[in-house]
Design a protein around this ligand. Structure first.
Ligand code: GLN
Length: 385
């Protein structure tokens, strides 16, 4: 077994979802909505299964979907991608893997901001690269150009930026993005822009891709996810967008990972992306209501909720809430004793990081959120009594 995997545990997401299933707990851990998802998009997939080809679509994705992704970003973010600049993948995680495999050579250093999706560092190592961490700190989790400069060496090859940031639930400001872009250009770095939360934003600010800053177009790959856009996480349809030359290299890496993804789902996502802006606004408003409900419930129960601007997650500061357990202990006990699964944020840090922050997913029905809050309120009382 390769040493990267031999020494590794199951991901925290699978671990907590497994415990939630086994114990019958409410799962506010792994991020997924408990609604069925948009019925017309699901119906489009069902129709495509019986009316369209079920044989291999083109490796880079159905041309119709690649055009729809280009049109979506032109309309929503003012960034243009031709069909040749879009590659459909089996979820954003595959896109991240393909991009790392395509760009990282043995010995290359890859800057990862922490907390980070736990898929990044192992994939960098498996490609022979060396992850170099730049830690962000709660409650703001802001980017600091000085800290980024300090982490750079002559071996720095690329950085991975997840914006908006999971698990923090924050979004980089225009000034932070401009500073990161300027450093990428000055130090000749590539950037993998994991923007799967681009449409899950509650601060009223429009999403702006790092790829759209001066000098970034030819050095950045922008990654998106239909799972997050439509609340259909099991579909595993994602994509990567990049300048034509980089896209050719990315497609070569992708062709030996999953080669291609189910055509019926690709047809349906193409239809979904053509939905009007008002549909996306309504979906976001629904998520905002759930976010408000969980935030208010947690606060009434005595939990201190950290500032949040984006994603499906709220983070709680345990120490500020008067709970002296570390986050892993809290999560392990809360799922067993209170019947509510969460994600300990330290699981998304390598080495030292804060151990007092726990993440809860709020894209659930009102009844589920209310029941979870009631259980967490009683649990907190039992801890602080
Ligand atoms: N992005 C998901 C989350 O944060 C996890 C993804 C996964 O489990 N592969 O919950």
């Amino acid at each position: 077994m390769h040493s990267v995997y031999a020494s590794m545990d199951t991901t925290i997401f699978e671990h907590m979802s497994g415990l939630a299933r086994e114990l019958g707990a409410i799962n506010l851990g792994q991020g997924f909505p408990d609604e069925a998802g948009p019925s017309d998009v699901i119906a489009a997939a069902a129709r495509a299964l019986t009316q369209k080809s079920n044989q291999y679509p083109p490796g880079a994705g159905l041309p119709e979907l690649r055009d729809a992704i280009g049109a979506f970003y032109a309309r929503r973010q003012g960034v243009e991608f031709s069909r040749e600049e879009v590659i459909v993948t089996s979820g954003a995680t595959e896109a991240i893997a393909a991009a790392i495999l395509a760009l990282v050579e043995p010995g290359d250093e890859v800057i990862l901001f922490q907390p980070a999706y736990d898929a990044y560092a192992p994939m960098v190592r498996r490609s022979g690269g060396v992850p170099v961490s730049v830690a962000l700190t709660p409650p703001g989790w802001r980017y600091d150009a000085g800290m980024l400069e300090v982490a750079l060496t002559t071996r720095s090859k690329l950085l991975i930026l997840n914006d908006p940031l999971n698990p923090a639930g924050t979004a980089a400001s225009e000034a932070e993005l401009a500073a990161i872009a300027e450093i990428c250009v000055r130090h000749d770095l590539y950037a993998i822009c994991d923007e799967v939360w681009e449409e899950v934003r509650f601060d009223g600010a429009p999403h702006r891709s790092l790829l759209s800053f001066p000098g970034m177009r030819e050095r950045a790959v922008k990654i998106g996810s239909a799972g997050k856009l439509f609340g259909l996480t099991g579909w595993k349809i994602g994509w990567m967008c990049a300048g034509a030359e980089m896209a050719r290299g990315l497609a070569r890496a992708h062709q030996f990972l999953t080669f291609t993804s189910p055509p019926a789902l690709q047809w349906a996502v193409a239809e979904g992306l053509a939905k009007p802006d008002a549909w996306f606004a309504a979906q976001q408003a629904g998520w905002a209501t759930s976010r408000g409900r969980l935030k208010q419930g947690l606060e009434q129960a005595g939990y201190v909720v950290l500032p949040n601007a984006a994603t499906w997650f709220l983070c709680v500061d345990l120490a500020a809430s008067g709970i002296m357990l570390d986050d892993r202990t809290f999560s392990e006990r809360a799922v067993r004793q209170a019947g509510v699964a969460s994600i300990p944020v330290s699981a998304l840090f390598e080495g030292d990081g804060p151990r007092h922050v726990v993440r809860f997913c709020f894209t659930k029905s009102d009844a589920t959120l209310d029941e979870a809050v009631e259980r967490l309120a009683a649990f907190r009382r039992s801890l602080t009594a």
